[in-house]
Design a protein around this ligand. Structure first.
Ligand code: GDG
Length: 738
């Protein structure tokens, strides 16, 4: 694995759980780190960050919830050669609402697609906010400039933004370990909660998920909830952006590969095989959880036994369920259901000498786990939803003998990486039963071939690569800030622009050349931008193409030699020429449209009508009503029903509903202009729905650019109004340099 010099000084990890235990030794209590994958990954990450003079002696700080037992422990015992543990203590009631309530009773079931198990309690959300704030307090007391903070999982979704607000310049990474569900699920959360959770995550520089599906789901929620522009998986905020990517977590492949060959593991494995009378072994191990599909798995095995009596007495299913959250009613109910089903199946098929299922409700030692991974013939992993699932990866890595078959649910994140497993849907009982038969009968050569593929993948995509990729993305994000947020290939674009002989620039006004402001009369391009337009107009035809009326545009662009198009193409003024009227339609539609709009003006104080020469518009930017967008849709529908002798266009723009004759549009005027000269370069930029007419009608080689979020016919996107200015500036500078 490559290493690189990162720009960070110290590594601060934040997760709900602290991966440490305090062990009593002759010298007193000592801090011991657990041997989980995350700890190994973090250690390797710390190695990748150094060695530098400064940080070779620097320890990794880990911030996590501290239970009451840690309150008595001396600070010196919370530190070893590598780590310093920082327990976060909080009021017991706050902890209950935060952890058992909001995290485990709401986010966990909801994000695993169990909405009926989700409990929406306002005081739990309050506790969640308070607990995240407690973590923030611990962090801010600790952080130094140059530190990197890596936050983990669904218990701490508010923390990245809390930290960003407190320390704007700090580098923050965030990794989400469970699935991020589709927006239809997110929509079940109260509006303010979903907004707080998503804004919370956007405080990070990089947000990581296990799969591309989760990334897409998250981006969709960001669009729906916050309407922010997204450029190449970067969510663009006013002053910075957040990069979102899939980083599939993995395991320490070598550890499982070599432990599989350990002598103690081998002895335990032989012992288990003898106890099971050398039957074929099917194995599973999971925490007690309704997401793990334990009951569906049992039903599949039952169907298999029912349909294949020839396998009775020749196969044993060793099913270990690890105790978890069993004080909660739902989990107790699940345990009862599992134990009933196991009892029923064993009762139905078992004999004096054969138990079809060897069930245990306890955790295994690492040696026992390894012995079962290497002893079994089939690993049966059937979650109904799992962020990733590491058990299946550990099984594959343990099989240095290239024997054994993995049956894996398509609903585990890991299924996307392991297509050589037998992939099943756990709710399809027959498919599970068939897969068990297929696995038991699979020829050794096929087992070997499938395992080889999966092992090669995991060898190359281990947990160290995961942390390395995450750190690289974070490093890139922080070291390469950009002042131009666009998916346009800027350098080739500029080269085409400067090489061209006849250039046409069609640029919208509000939200494109000028920022959107509350009072439309106050909208202006910045002083810099006015000079840029003057420069560009020397060698290009620059057209400001707007819905504004003639007098506003003429006043705003006095002294700037650009073409002006007013009222969406109704009027055109070339530099040093009088206005031409392009719209020749009748106006018998104005009175009925005005009276329909007047009714909305009366109902929504702050809204007003703007009458232009060829159009009439209802503006509602200043209206304070949660449902105003729905009302605007209502008005549009009513306006479409107004009878008129000519076809009308009803346009829903940015906080405005406008009616105008359909005969002219920004598209028709753009085409008229395009036909007047042999242009070999055309760029069209706009943020509003009316600009779509331009984007749609221009030749397909033209550069069309949508400003801001939302669907568009444009080929490219500029994230913010300020990016228009930056791009035009670069174009103007490039012309000077030619
Ligand atoms: C969350 C997400 C995602 C289990 N039983 C024993 C034991 N284990 C170890 C396994 C494995 C780990 O626990 C379980 O990891 P999973 O990934 O399967 O599941 P979650 O705990 O739900 O983890 C999950 C993960 O985060 C990482 O991002 O994959 O989707 O839900 O390492 O080996 N270890 C021992 N005895 C046991 O009885 N020694």
């Amino acid at each position: 694995m490559q290493t690189f010099k990162s720009s960070f000084k110290r590594l601060l990890i934040v997760s709900y759980r602290l991966p440490f235990s305090i062990q009593q030794t002759n010298e007193g209590p000592e801090l011991h780190q657990n041997s989980g994958g995350l700890v190994s990954a973090v250690l390797s990450m710390a190695e990748q960050m150094g060695p530098t003079q400064e940080n070779s002696a620097t320890k990794i700080h880990w911030i996590g919830h501290g239970d009451t037992s840690l309150q008595q422990v001396d600070a010196a015992a919370l530190e070893n050669d590598t780590f310093v543990a920082h327990p976060v203590f909080m009021d017991e009631a706050v902890h209950k609402g935060f952890y058992e309530g909001f995290s485990n009773d709401l986010i966990w079931p909801l994000f695993h697609y169990f909405p009926s198990y989700a409990s929406f309690k306002e005081h739990d959300f309050e506790s969640y906010k308070q607990a995240n704030t407690r973590f923030l307090e611990e962090l801010t007391a600790l952080i130094e400039p140059g530190d990197l903070v890596w936050i983990h999982d669904f218990q701490l979704m508010l923390l990245p933004d809390l930290l960003r607000q407190a320390m704007p310049d700090i580098s923050i990474g965030y990794f989400f370990h469970i699935p991020f569900p589709t927006y239809e699920i997110i929509k079940l959360l109260p509006r303010t909660w979903r907004q707080a959770l998503i804004e919370g995550l956007l405080g990070a520089d990089v947000v990581g998920f296990h799969t591309t599906d989760y990334v897409q789901h998250f981006l969709q929620s960001v669009s729906e909830v916050l309407s922010l522009p997204i450029i190449n998986q970067r969510i663009v905020l006013p002053n910075r952006s957040t990069f979102v990517k899939d980083f599939p977590i993995s395991i320490d492949f070598n550890k499982f590969n070599t432990s599989g060959q350990d002598t103690e593991v081998f002895a335990t494995q032989q012992h288990f095989k003898n106890l099971l009378r050398h039957n074929k072994i099917i194995f599973s191990v999971d925490r007690l959880d309704y997401t793990k599909g334990i009951t569906s798995r049992l039903l599949g095995y039952e169907r298999f036994l029912l349909q294949h009596p020839d396998w009775h007495d020749k196969v044993t299913f060793v099913m270990t369920v690890v105790p978890s959250r069993d004080k909660i009613g739902q989990y107790q109910e699940l345990k009862r259901e599992i134990e009933e089903t196991v009892g029923r199946i064993n009762g139905l098929f078992g004999t004096i000498g054969w138990r079809p299922i060897v069930y245990s409700y306890r955790s295994l030692t690492f040696t026992e786990l390894m012995a079962l991974y290497t002893a079994c013939d089939v690993a049966l992993i059937t979650p109904v939803r799992d962020g990733m699932n590491l058990v299946c990866k550990e099984f594959v890595a343990s099989r240095h003998d290239h024997k054994g078959v993995l049956i894996l649910s398509e609903l585990a994140g890991a299924a996307q990486e392991l297509p050589d497993a037998i992939i099943i849907n756990p709710t399809d009982t027959q498919e599970v039963a068939d897969a068990i038969l297929q696995a038991l009968l699979m020829p050794l050569a096929e087992q070997e071939q499938r395992l080889m593929q999966m092992r090669t993948h995991l060898q190359n995509h281990n947990v160290f690569r995961w942390s390395h990729d995450f750190l690289t993305a974070l490093n890139d994000m922080i070291n390469n800030p950009t002042d131009l947020e666009t998916d346009l290939p800027v350098l080739p674009f500029i080269a085409t622009f400067t090489d061209a002989r006849k250039r046409l620039l069609l640029v919208d006004f509000d939200g494109t050349l000028a920022p959107i402001v509350n009072d439309p009369a106050e909208a202006r391009p910045s002083g810099d931008l006015q000079n840029i337009l003057i420069n560009l107009a020397e060698s290009s035809d620059v057209v400001v193409i707007s819905g504004r009326n003639r007098s506003f545009l003429e006043k705003t662009f006095t002294g700037i030699p650009v073409h002006l198009v007013a009222e969406h193409g109704a009027f055109l003024k070339k530099p040093d020429h009088p206005w031409e009227r392009l719209d020749l339609s009748t106006d018998d539609w104005v009175d009925p449209v005005r009276s329909t709009m007047n009714y909305f003006v009366d109902r929504f104080p702050g809204s007003f009508i703007e009458e232009k020469e060829t159009a009439i518009a209802w503006h509602y930017r200043m209206v304070e009503s949660d449902d105003i967008e729905g009302q605007a849709i209502d008005l549009s529908t009513q306006l479409r029903r107004v009878s008129s002798s000519i076809p009308l266009a009803v346009i829903q723009g940015n906080k405005v509903v406008e009616v105008k004759p359909a005969q002219h549009s920004k598209g028709t005027v753009a085409l008229t202009l395009v036909d007047q000269k042999p242009y070999d370069f055309i760029v069209s930029i706009g943020d509003d729905t009316t600009d779509e007419d331009m984007f749609r009608q221009l030749p397909n080689w033209a550069y069309t650019m949508k400003v801001g979020p939302g669907m568009s016919f444009a080929r490219y996107r500029l994230a913010r109004q300020q990016d228009v200015e930056t791009l035009l500036k670069r174009m103007s500078e490039a012309l000077v340099a030619v």
